[in-house]
Design a protein around this ligand. Structure first.
Ligand code: ZN
Length: 671
């Protein structure tokens, strides 16, 4: 520790300056005293007002000596130990990107910005230890270096190296470790985000700070770069930041990127009658086909998302979730990667590796501050406000699926493990891809039988699309032509990618209002479809109604329109019906049946199940020890059931525990 006395004359800040700063900080000092704070945080403005530039530079380049003098002066004047912190540096002043922090910054003050990826528990940290030298009886303090307490080699009192050194006392402070990471807008496309450890001490990790230091929060940090000196024989050291001040950054990336000339181009583009088509055609121009044309429109709407930020709609999600189920080789992964690149705030994860990379959030042992726990944010938390592309959704673990379920509907992730109990916000749209269970999609089978996902997840998607790789002369010839065209010249999207990203950012902020006509259109569509419900088949539920509303709002936003019109509703309905026709259709009756999505059982199946149970119950009067299979078959055939369906239903009844086999091919109903 450096004390004022040890500072050589030329390194001392003249007392006049210190006194001026003290006078200027009266307000901060009274807050410190009234609220019994541990620190006084002074804005850069005041510091710059008091100190000439050369002293300012010294404070920044050598805070251990110069900031310390301010701290000591304040402590003496107030008559109580105080930590002096600095806040609100001008935007560019001493700003270093995480990736650019080097050993030249060591022991200097910088500011940087990033999103919190990992946040540890708050733990006591021993800053210094008092040793007793047994030989001479002398006691002395040793400061902790590199997070390690080293036994002294030599007694500073008697100068001897031999004899026992005994720890008699510790002085500790609270400490918390964060890992912050660069955000997509801070890095060039294709660069991996860089990370750095940030150590918070004392009052920076008080409970009232917790909401500012949760994973997923974007923060600005002012701190001193430190070096973690390596263990013996290691040549590589690690840099970290000892924070002086931490502050959540409110602004969204939206405000950073759109320049006035961009805005002009965006508004010009929006005047196109068919702007949605133009945008859709500009997305992943290398992927063609009728299905992709529709999917691209839907994803364009997903990128701007529905709704508007109203307090009372906080619980209601505005994000649009889309699932693409497709045969191998239809370009799903390619499409997802393209969207990840295009979307302003995005993450890409693959189901099978998601548990290690982290889709939601995880709690694990802290490897650095040994013994404690850390909370690590996954893609859904880090991309909150943006989009998460999940490839191979069907390969996610059960735990991840459960967390995903909460994230998709409540837009939160609740962590309740070890000592960590928090709720993180995850306002991300999900664009997911999955493979059919049996390799290829079978139009004659229900969606829930063909995909390894629980219905509760499947029905959280607003739109589901099926991409089938089947021969289709018309489409095939179109695709061949398109690919051959691409051989002659490089494929140019209608809207350059950069501008498209900005267009999406811009459209996302629009908050459209509903016209009465548009409301009526939604009502009419909903009621008419509900009326068509027959044979207990419900074609549409309130959940689809919400989807229609979100999609119509997104349609207005992508036109940069402040109002939702009937045309927006019509487009939303088209997309919804297209999706329902692909997956919500009862393969037997060919009519839309939302039960398939909701429960995995179509209404025809359900009817068959209840009829079959009635048949068995009835026959049990004649066969009290169990009804032979042949008898069930005959009776059911009389009612017009096909043999294959009867077998299938019996198997389902057995599996689900409605009936049991009481003997060789004899069945009884469980009561
Ligand atoms: Zn000694």
């Amino acid at each position: 520790m450096v004390s004022v006395k040890e500072i050589s004359k030329e390194n001392q800040i003249s007392e006049d300056f210190l006194r001026n700063l003290f006078e200027l900080s009266k307000e901060e000092i009274s807050k410190f005293l009234l609220e019994q704070d541990k620190s006084i945080t002074i804005s850069y403005d005041k510091i710059a007002e008091v100190f000439p530039i050369e002293i300012l530079e010294k404070i920044f380049n050598n805070p251990d000596i110069y900031l310390k003098q301010i701290t000591d002066y304040f402590s003496i004047k107030i008559g109580k130990g105080v930590i002096v912190r600095i806040k609100r540096l001008p935007e560019k002043l001493r700003y270093v990107r995480i990736r650019d922090i080097r050993s030249t910054h060591k022991n200097k003050l910088i500011q940087t910005e990033g999103i919190i990826k990992i946040s540890s528990e708050v733990r006591p940290f021993i800053v210094r230890t008092k040793f007793l030298h047994q030989s001479c009886g002398g006691e002395f303090w040793v400061k902790t270096e590199n997070f390690r307490i080293e036994s002294p080699k030599k007694c500073p009192i008697c100068g001897e190296t031999s004899g026992k050194f005994i720890e008699v006392e510790h002085e500790d402070i609270d400490i918390q470790r964060l890992l912050i990471e660069e955000t997509p807008d801070q890095i060039e496309k294709g660069e991996q985000p860089a990370q750095i450890t940030v150590i918070l001490t004392n009052d920076l990790c008080e409970p009232k700070m917790e909401r500012k230091t949760l994973p997923g929060i974007r923060v600005k940090i002012i701190g001193i770069v430190r070096e973690l000196i390596p263990k013996k024989n290691q040549a590589i050291s690690d840099l970290y930041i000892e924070a002086l001040h931490i502050e959540p950054v409110d602004r969204d990336i939206e405000d950073l990127m759109i320049l006035p000339e961009d805005e002009k181009k965006i508004i010009e583009l929006s005047k196109n009658q068919n702007i949605l088509d133009i945008i859709a055609k500009s997305i992943a121009p290398g992927l063609y086909g009728k299905d992709y044309d529709i999917i691209k429109k839907a994803v364009a709407l997903q990128l701007v998302s529905g709704g508007k930020k109203k307090v009372n709609r906080l619980e209601e999600r505005r994000n649009i979730h889309i699932l693409i189920i497709g045969d191998p080789g239809v370009g799903k992964s390619q499409f997802l990667r393209y969207i990840t690149k295009l979307a302003p705030k995005s993450r890409y994860v693959v189901g099978v590796t998601a548990s290690s990379v982290g889709l939601t959030a995880s709690v694990r042992k802290d490897e650095i501050l040994k013994g404690g726990w850390v909370l690590e944010a996954g893609a859904l938390v880090l991309a909150s406000g943006g989009i998460v592309c999940i490839d191979e959704l069907d390969k996610l673990s059960e735990d991840e699926l459960m967390a995903l379920h909460e994230a998709m509907e409540q837009q939160t992730i609740t962590i309740d493990k070890a000592n960590i109990h928090v709720t993180l916000r995850t306002e991300a749209s999900i664009l997911a891809a999955a493979n059919p269970k049996f390799g290829r999609w079978d139009k004659m089978k229900n969606i829930t039988d063909q995909i390894d996902l629980p219905p509760t997840i499947i029905n959280r998607f607003d739109l589901i699309f099926i991409l089938i790789d089947e021969p289709n002369p018309e489409q095939d010839s179109y695709i061949v032509k398109e690919i051959l065209k691409g051989l002659d010249k490089e494929e140019q999207p209608l809207i350059p990618e950069d501008l498209l990203t900005k267009y999406i950012l811009y459209a996302k902020k629009i908050e459209p209002e509903w016209t009465d006509k548009a409301k009526e259109a939604v009502e009419k569509f909903y009621l008419e479809l509900r009326k068509k419900a027959s044979n207990n088949a419900i074609p549409i539920t309130a959940r689809q109604l919400q989807s229609i509303i979100r999609l119509a709002e997104a349609s207005a936003k992508i036109r940069l329109s402040k109002i939702v019109t009937e045309d927006d509703v019509r487009l939303a309905e088209e997309l919804m019906m297209y999706s329902l026709r692909q997956v919500g259709i009862n393969p037997e009756t060919k009519s839309p049946d939302i039960d398939i999505l909701m429960t995995g059982i179509s209404s025809t199946q359900r009817q068959r199940i209840s009829t079959l149970i009635d048949i068995i119950k009835d026959l049990e009067k004649d066969f009290p020890n169990g009804v032979p299979y042949e008898e069930i078959l005959n009776k059911a055939k009389e009612k017009g059931f096909e043999e294959s369906k009867i077998k299938e239903t019996l198997d389902k009844l057995l599996k689900e525990g409605y009936i049991y086999e009481s003997g060789d091919k004899k069945y009884k109903v469980i009561r």
